[in-house]
Design a protein around this ligand. Structure first.
Ligand code: PLP
Length: 402
């Protein structure tokens, strides 16, 4: 029998823990366990009706063929308009690209620029795919820890210390998955001051959670906060989180023309243009009524407040109030060394999350999956009823730990 041999590229990576845990929750549920899943980063709202209608109309009029590789011109224009209107960033439509989800934006950018031996600075805790995508290219992720005391924000000193002649990118994600941290214009400028001394370092600004901000700090993005870095910054965004369109698979970006051209080259040989009906749907999302954004933002804020208050009422639990996104990232340090009712000893945040799922009936993701322990991430993109029941369960579970 011919033996299967995995490529070196794939041998360097692992499936996302977030997806593995969501699958484990599904498996437990199919065995009859009652599990509330707060492990996935997906809004529980439905895609707006006018967006669905735009896609149905596109299909009915035959917009079902191969689209241009970088995206349909109407959507690229809408993306350029969005960046100008909402972020004060001027880009020609040719400097934009439409991809199959925000994920493919990042994958294209890294594939288009990285070689073996290159380095990419990734502040931790980070979104799970950054390190894996970088590793797939043969480059090295350089993980820089942040602290709850610094609001989980990268400091200029830590950035300076991480830069080497091999650094190609700094990946910034604000509001952050998993901590909900938000970079202000000032904090971005302080990082930009460092980057100005290192012109070989580019910035990938992942703005997927732009519209989910609850605190006093307004949204800011590097190319606007530090215009002198615009010609080495890729600003990415998408419709997945903002418009409850995770399944439509549309992400987009704008940046310097040579980078966009290289990303289009990569995309052309990998997937071609993103699904055409989804592009028409995304066009409707970006150009249509925006009132749903505020309704959802308020709903998320209410849920965040509920979850933070309930978690902090648990003796030992320490949950900072995140200013953005739809996740909380509490510390579970106080529970390490304790035993569950089934007699398991909790040594790590992963043990805590597995026991919470198996014995407490709530699925969350351990901090180690995001590069920082001992924490866990809980997504509050769920109904208030579900969240209340989940908080009851977590409270009971923690009280039973000895
Ligand atoms: N960036 C961040 C920070 C995310 O959390 C996600 C999705 O979870 C993505 C990018 C990818 O977005 P998409 O689902 O559009 O591929």
């Amino acid at each position: 029998m011919t033996q299967f041999r995995k490529s070196a590229a794939l041998s360097r990576i692992q499936p996302a823990a977030t997806i593995a845990i969501t699958q484990k929750a599904r498996d437990l549920r199919s065995q009859g366990h009652d599990i509330i899943s707060l492990s996935i980063g997906e809004p529980d709202f439905d895609t707006p009706d006018h967006v669905k209608t735009a896609a149905a109309e596109a299909v009915a009029r035959g917009a079902t063929k191969y689209p241009p590789i970088p995206g349909i011109p109407e959507l690229r224009q809408a993306i350029a308009d969005k960046f100008a209107r909402e972020n004060g960033l001027e880009y020609a439509p040719s400097q934009t690209i439409v991809c199959t989800g925000g994920k493919q934006v990042i994958a294209n950018a890294l594939l288009a620029t990285l070689d073996e031996g290159d380095e990419v600075i990734i502040p931790a805790p980070y979104w799970v795919s950054y390190t894996q995508m970088v590793a797939m290219t043969g480059a090295a992720p350089v993980v820089v820890q942040t602290t709850p005391e610094d609001g989980f924000l990268l400091t200029p000193a830590a950035l300076e210390a991480a830069i080497t002649p091999k650094t190609r990118w700094l990946i910034l994600n604000s509001p952050s998955n998993p901590t909900g941290a938000v970079y202000s214009t000032d904090t971005l400028r302080a990082l930009a001051d460092v980057l100005e001394r290192h012109p070989h370092v580019w910035v990938l600004s992942d703005d997927m959670y732009e519209h989910l901000i609850y605190g006093a700090t307004p949204f800011a993005t590097m190319a606007a906060a530090a215009p002198n870095l615009k010609d080495r910054t890729l600003t990415m965004n998408g419709v997945s989180k903002a418009y409850a369109m995770t399944g439509w698979r549309i992400g987009y970006a704008a940046g310097p023309q040579p980078l966009i051209d290289a990303m289009v080259l990569a995309q052309g040989q990998l997937t071609s243009g993103a699904a055409q009906p989804s592009q028409w749907a995304a066009l409707a999302a970006l150009t249509g009524p925006q009132d749903a954004l505020e309704v959802q933002r308020k709903a998320f804020q209410q849920r965040r407040d509920l979850v933070v208050a309930r978690l902090n009422a648990i003796p030992g639990m320490d949950c900072p109030t995140p200013p953005g996104a739809f996740y909380v990232f509490p510390s579970c340090a106080a529970f390490l060394g304790r035993h569950t009712p089934a007699g398991k000893r909790i040594e790590t945040d992963e043990d805590f999350c597995i026991a919470l799922m198996e014995e407490g009936g709530v699925a969350t993701v351990h901090g180690a999956a995001f590069g920082q322990s001992p924490f866990f991430r809980l997504s509050y993109a769920a109904s208030e009823a579900q969240l209340t029941e989940a908080m009851n369960r977590i409270t009971t579970f923690c009280a039973t730990l000895e």
